[in-house]
Design a binder for this molecule. Structure first.
Ligand code: HEC
Length: 150
């Protein structure tokens, strides 16, 4: 059995606290958390939209990977809205925390439709993929219309 060299263990145990501390207060910023999540979602949604619009050739395998990423990240988002409103530079409207039930419904619709998209994308049927992509995009818009500043 191989053992980690003591010097490596020591180096890691010394570096870890300073890595965590180097980020200062940022490690607990919910605004940054959710904006990062949406940034990742936008990152994966863009190429799918381009394929749907025919701006890029349909690549079913790449599409399925992007769809899977969006579905996974969608499950993390509620964490970034918990116990708000939060201070900071944000486009989130305070109405989110006045209508928590409605906001949660819109979040759930997005999570469900994006999970469905990831599943349908596995099948590779372009017609079905297009229809489900539009349904998913509608859940983005439904929430942005009410809860995101333009
Ligand atoms: C349940 C509500 C909700 C849903 C669903 C939703 N969004 Fe958002 N989105 C928001 C809110 C609120 C913000 C503003 C966050 C902030 O600034 O704190 C935002 C911000 C963003 C941003 C800007 C992120 C940044 O860099 O600051 C992008 C891009 C984005 N959303 C894309 C999407 C896409 C694409 C979808 C669907 C696939 C989607 N969103 C679904 C509520 C939602």
């Amino acid at each position: 059995m191989k053992r980690f060299p003591q010097s490596l263990v020591l180096a890691v145990s010394l570096t870890l606290p300073s890595l965590v501390l180097a980020h200062g207060g940022d490690h607990a910023d919910p605004v940054r958390y959710r904006q990062s999540g949406f940034y990742l979602i936008g990152w994966h949604f863009g190429p799918m939209a381009a394929m749907i619009k025919g701006e890029k050739p349909m690549d079913a395998k790449a599409f399925a990977t992007h769809a899977e990423a969006v579905a996974n990240i969608s499950r993390l988002l509620p964490e970034g809205f918990a116990n708000g409103p939060h201070k900071g530079k944000t486009d989130a409207k305070p109405e989110i925390w006045k209508n928590p039930g409605d906001f949660a419904d819109k979040m759930k619709a997005f999570q469900e439709q994006s999970a469905q998209l990831a599943q349908i994308a596995q099948g590779g049927d372009t017609g079905q993929i297009k229809a489900q992509f539009m349904k998913t995009a509608e859940t983005c818009k439904a929430c942005h219309d009410d809860y995101r500043k333009d």
